[in-house]
Design a protein around this ligand. Structure first.
Ligand code: 26Q
Length: 787
């Protein structure tokens, strides 16, 4: 793209005066961010329009996702335009710097992996010149901000547009109406440009914002019914007000149902309009469009599509057939309790036009399966509607052309367990698409130093768009000068992280220690508690003199817990209590430090993955669908300390078990022993386990009298009405984890040999680019090609 750096800064100066009454030198950092970003948008606007026009003319894939965790756009977009250094230099002439923009907001319109995956996919598709457009919701408030007070999580509102949202363009011209049983609202589009690397193609993320259809009801106002007049406005705006945290226990909220319908209906109306505009009718819409459903959150798109087609005069049967060609569904979890379901009564009340269509789909499915002589018991199990409950995954699988898991093992579990009956009926439907991450953000952008080394060694920066190039780094794995440079870079990244943490939250960490990092949402299955318990055991062993030569390590946790997830919040408190005890212990704190970083988000992640020596990925085998943080840290040269779960399996396949630290039960071994598992026996017979578990109940730590530590203790040792004791097998993997940690720690004593393992992981990480993932979706599912 031919964009002039000087023009950008000159235009930014003008925009600054127009919007803020002052030149670039006299405005606040967020205003500087707005002026520069708006100026760039003005420069790329024409290219963006050309890309949109091209997309309209060709078969296009649409990604429907309730979440997009895009993070900050400015640095990525400057990188894509190749303008980072030039703009920084021009700002420098004015005594300003790109660094001034570091404080700008990180758009957190997602919970975690699923939302970040959607953002990586848009990046990859655009870079590969593939026609993919993202649709979602423009939440007013993103995922809550987390503060830690007295070791406990406190949630604060994330008002992410407060300092402006210069990367979005409001499109009033695209507004559509969405009807609910009790209200109608306007969906207004906000478009964000998605820049690719080394291409003129610009993709689009279109997010819908809910607004009242009538701006204000003057009749009511004149009748002095102010409250009623205002409440209509609020009721409309409520729909896109806030992103729901992934709290499976608080499912089934009307507002969330409305959100799902809101954005899928608006997006379909938009796609239909585009199709009619480009092709004159929707007769062959399946040829022009394919829609990927990111989990079941957008599955209402299926009955909504059928409803709209029927409104246009097409029969139900034909509309269903079209839907089954257009839609595809990605599953992101095998945990039963996390599968979405809705009360039929709630749907009937909230979406009266959708309820009858879901019933017709259920009937059609049952007829088809009966005709195919499928056992009636199985048909019953596969019901979309059962006991007045709608099972969204069944609806998604039946009405989709392709269904995919997100890592090899996950897809196998879908085929053999969760969706095994479906798999027998439609043996070609379920496919694997192992997740990936964009190396632009997760290596090039977040680790300039390592990127420079790689480009130098490969004499080419081709890896930025083709990570298979990274495998040539294997040629250097025995080159001590290279490993030495790699180690220096790691140290630099640890120093940068240390500096940032000190500035941001006053936390002091020592960059000469090993950085051991577990960063992900807090969930029992991810087993942050297991990590904490093993660290506590190591603490006691150092204290008792059983361990004498522990290589100094900083153990970093960062994680948000769903606000209503009591145990998860208790685990955060527990980690902080252990951290405090170690901090106050003069002897042991020489060897280990635990820190819990507040408010984990994309911006933090960028700094953490670059500084990681050890990537902690210890979910119970069979529970983590894929994981993507594991890939980010691998690509930055960390070793994985983990279980054989999700994408860890593929990571170890690529990089070698000898270069990672793998422990614990596998899906197969767990299956064999789980019926006889008695965590009480381990508690009684294993002295380490006994000692660390007792700290939850013997007053060693303070849970602020909430009783949550006792609840966690009980959850590990006592069966309850709802769940078995230790259902994620923490105690079963405790000892092998402890041993793997200790082996790893011994290995870090030879820093060079240890760094070599990390470097080999980087060299083996090529498979985990989302470019590879997107190419697979494009050829195997979407059937789209370059524009
Ligand atoms: C559900 C109901 C009500 C409110 C919120 C939700 C909700 C929201 C988000 C449920 C789940 C999510 C997010 C799930 C998620 O991020 N899953 C992760 O997806 C990644 C990308 O495929 C995988 O790598 C992870 O293994 C998986 O946990």
């Amino acid at each position: 793209m031919n964009i002039n750096d000087k023009t950008i800064i000159n235009e930014a100066e003008i925009i600054s005066k127009a919007l803020f009454a002052n030149g670039l030198n006299d405005i606040a950092p967020n205003q500087l961010h707005t002026a520069v970003s708006r100026s760039i948008i003005a420069q790329i606007a024409e290219m963006w329009k050309i890309s949109r026009e091209k997309q309209k003319k060709t078969r296009c894939a649409y990604y429907f996702s309730a979440e997009y965790l895009v993070g900050r756009a400015i640095f990525n977009n400057l990188l894509c335009l190749g303008l980072t250094d030039k703009i920084d230099a021009l700002l420098g002439e004015k005594g300003l710097s790109l660094k001034d923009l570091e404080s700008c907001e990180d758009a957190a319109l997602g919970n975690g992996g699923l939302g970040r995956l959607a953002a990586c996919f848009l990046d990859s598709a655009t870079t590969l010149n593939l026609p993919l457009m993202g649709y979602g919701i423009r939440y007013k408030y993103g995922l809550f901000k987390q503060e830690i007070e007295d070791g406990e999580q406190v949630e604060k509102i994330d008002d992410w547009t407060r300092g402006g949202d210069p990367w979005s363009i409001r499109r009033d011209d695209l507004a559509v109406t969405v009807d609910f049983g009790d209200q109608s609202v306007t969906a207004v589009a906000y478009d964000m440009p998605i820049l690719g690397y080394g291409t003129d193609n610009i993709g689009t993320l279109r997010l819908w914002q809910a607004e009242p259809t009538e701006p204000f009801d003057f009749m009511l106002f004149n009748e002095q019914e102010y409250d009623k007049a205002l409440s209509d406005k609020n009721n409309a705006e409520n729909i896109s007000r806030v992103l729901y945290p992934n709290d499976t226990k608080k499912e089934g909220k009307i507002l969330r149902l409305k959100q799902q319908y809101f954005f899928t209906s608006a997006s379909l109306q938009d796609i239909i309009r585009r199709t009619i505009f480009a092709h004159g009718s929707t007769n062959e819409i399946e040829k022009h469009a394919t829609i990927q459903l990111n989990d079941t959150h957008p599955v209402l798109a299926i009955p909504e599509f059928i409803r709209i087609m029927m409104e246009m005069g097409i029969t139900f049967d034909k509309a269903l057939e079209m839907a089954r060609n257009i839609f595809n569904y990605t599953n992101h979890t095998v945990m039963q309790e996390a599968l979405e379901k809705w009360d039929m009564a709630l749907i009937e009340e909230t979406l009266p036009q959708i309820a009858p269509i879901i019933k017709k789909i259920d009937t059609a499915m049952k007829e088809e399966l009966s005709e195919r002589k499928i056992d009636s018991e199985i048909i019953d199990k596969l019901s979309i509607i059962k006991d007045d409950t709608v099972y969204m995954a069944n609806l998604a699988v039946y009405a989709s052309s392709a269904v995919n898991g997100v890592a090899a093992i996950h897809t196998e579990i879908l085929k053999n367990e969760l969706l095994s009956d479906w798999h027998k009926i439609y043996p070609n439907k379920i496919r694997n698409k192992t997740n990936g991450i964009t190396q632009r953000r997760w290596l090039r952008l977040c680790n300039d130093e390592l990127s420079t080394l790689i480009t130098g060694l490969l004499s080419s920066d081709k890896w930025i768009t083709d990570t298979s190039e990274l495998s040539h780094l294997h040629d250097f794995e025995n080159d001590s000068a290279v490993i030495d440079s790699f180690m220096k870079i790691k140290k630099k990244k640890r120093e940068q992280l240390a500096e940032y943490l000190f500035e941001k939250c006053g936390i002091k960490i020592d960059p000469d220690t090993v950085f051991d990092i577990q960063i992900k949402r807090l969930h029992e299955y991810k087993r942050q508690l297991l990590n904490a318990l093993v660290l506590l055991a190591i603490y006691y062993d150092i204290k008792d003199g059983a361990i004498t030569d522990f290589e100094p390590t900083t153990f970093i946790f960062a994680s948000k817990a769903a606000p209503g997830y009591r145990r998860a919040k208790g685990i955060i408190k527990f980690i902080n209590e252990i951290a405090k005890m170690i901090e106050n212990d003069k002897e042991v704190s020489k060897y280990m430090k635990i820190v819990f970083l507040p408010n984990y988000n994309v911006t933090y992640a960028e700094k953490l993955v670059a500084a990681a020596d050890v990537s902690v990925q210890i979910s119970t085998a069979g529970t983590e669908a894929s994981g993507t943080g594991n890939m980010k840290m691998m690509m930055n040269g960390a070793v994985t300390l983990g279980t054989l779960d999700g994408a860890n399996i593929e990571i170890v396949n690529e990089a070698g078990e000898e270069n990672n630290y793998i422990f614990g039960m596998t899906v197969e071994t767990l299956d064999e022993i789980k019926d006889e598992y008695e965590p009480q026996n381990l508690y009684k017979n294993n002295a380490k386990i006994n000692r660390v578990l007792n700290t939850l109940v013997d007053g060693t730590f303070d849970d602020g009298k909430s009783g949550v530590f006792k609840e966690i203790f009980d959850s590990l040792l006592t069966d309850s009405e709802y769940e078995k004791a230790d259902k994620y097998y923490l105690l079963l993997d405790f000892t092998t984890f402890y041993e793997a940690r200790m082996k790893l720690n011994r290995d870090t004593k030879n820093r060079t040999e240890f760094a070599k393992k990390g470097f080999k992981n980087l060299a083996s990480s090529g498979k985990f680019s989302s470019d590879r993932t997107i190419s697979e979706y494009a050829s195997d599912i979407w059937k789209i090609s370059e524009i």
